[in-house]
Design a protein around this ligand. Structure first.
Ligand SMILES: Cc1cc2nc3c(=O)[nH]c(=O)nc-3n(C[C@H](O)[C@H](O)[C@H](O)COP(=O)(O)OP(=O)(O)OC[C@H]3O[C@@H](n4cnc5c(N)ncnc54)[C@H](O)[C@@H]3O)c2cc1C
Length: 273
């Protein structure tokens, strides 16, 4: 099927993009890498009048080492992160996460901002950004605001972003060189969305963060597992994770629970190794 006819607009800067989005409301839809939106347009799963191209906005392409954290613009592609073409706050974790997304053609075009805006429950970046304690920077008619990634994802394809807000980028705290991390993704075939993805981070200060996504309604922090991880007691970690999973994925059947427990255990083992 071919997409329905639409108008195309390319705002010159962030202010113009915000104004156009605010004025058009539901009649406009932003596009960045087009890797998720264009297939949805072709299948006519989405309807709007104007495609607002934000992929070339300088404000969304900015990437910068800002001291205690790194700012990554929303239009940064998965491939740029995978290839280390942008500052890395994560001691290599983000490159690994990017490398597991889809296949190279998708990673060349798809953006971290588009992935977070879409909020597919099985997407990789929401889980990664929660594990890294990142903030989402949004611009709207009243200026900019920052929201923690943990809490930004509310349900399948649902976030705390207001319809007239644009994701400008992400503020990601730098992990120290002594930090350790681990990640494990289960997908039915190479390049597919995850059934379960766990990411464990040990910053080296005695704390830990374990995030999970996949068949859950949205990515989330496993609070009990995060507390249990630094002890290195795998049995305690699994019990803690089991309680977290019951909250985050309450409809999970036995297979899904085992799958989540396996990814958490393997991510934790890599972080502890
Ligand atoms: C075959 C295939 C396999 C895939 N496998 C995976 C996978 O394993 N893991 C994974 O995480 N992803 C996967 N993806 C998704 C891929 O990562 C997409 O690139 C990503 O979900 C969307 O990014 P995009 O830049 O292409 O966004 P687009 O398709 O351009 O936009 C997606 C949505 O985000 C909105 N949007 C875009 N930018 C902004 C912004 N700055 N502010 C607010 N809203 C915005 C758009 O309006 C649209 O609603 C896969 C995609 C394909 C086609």
């Amino acid at each position: 099927m071919k997409p329905a006819a639409i108008d195309y607009a390319r705002p010159k800067d962030l202010a113009e993009a915000c104004a156009m989005l605010n004025e058009a409301g539901d009649a406009a839809m932003m596009v960045a890498g087009g890797q998720s939106l264009v297939p949805m347009m072709s299948l006519r799963l989405t309807a709007f009048e104007t495609l607002l191209d934000v992929s070339r906005l300088e404000a969304l392409k900015r990437t910068e080492d800002e001291g205690s954290h790194v700012f990554l613009g929303a239009a940064t592609t998965h491939a740029m992160i995978e290839d280390g073409k942008v500052p890395d706050p994560s001691q290599g974790l983000m490159s690994r996460v990017a490398s597991k997304i889809a296949y190279r053609a998708v990673r060349n075009m798809g953006t971290i901002g588009g992935s977070v805006a879409l909020a597919d429950p099985a997407a990789d970046w929401p889980c990664g950004l929660i594990a890294l304690e990142a903030e989402v920077i949004l611009a709207g008619p009243d200026g900019e605001r920052a929201l923690p990634a943990d809490g930004f994802f509310l349900g399948p394809y649902e976030t705390a972003r207001e319809p007239n807000e644009i994701i400008v980028g992400f503020r990601i705290p730098k992990l120290p060189p002594a930090a350790r991390w681990g990640t494990f993704k289960v997908a039915r075939k190479s390049g597919a969305f995850s059934d379960s993805l766990a990411i464990a981070v040990l910053p080296g200060d005695g704390s830990a963060r374990v995030a999970l996504t996949g068949t859950t309604a949205h990515a989330g922090l496993l609070v009990r597992a995060s507390e249990a991880l630094p002890s290195g007691n795998v049995a305690a970690l699994r019990e803690a994770a089991r309680a977290d999973i019951a909250e985050l994925d309450p409809d999970a059947d036995a297979y899904r629970v085992r799958c989540h427990l396996a990814t958490v255990t393997r991510a934790a083992a890599e972080a502890l190794s």
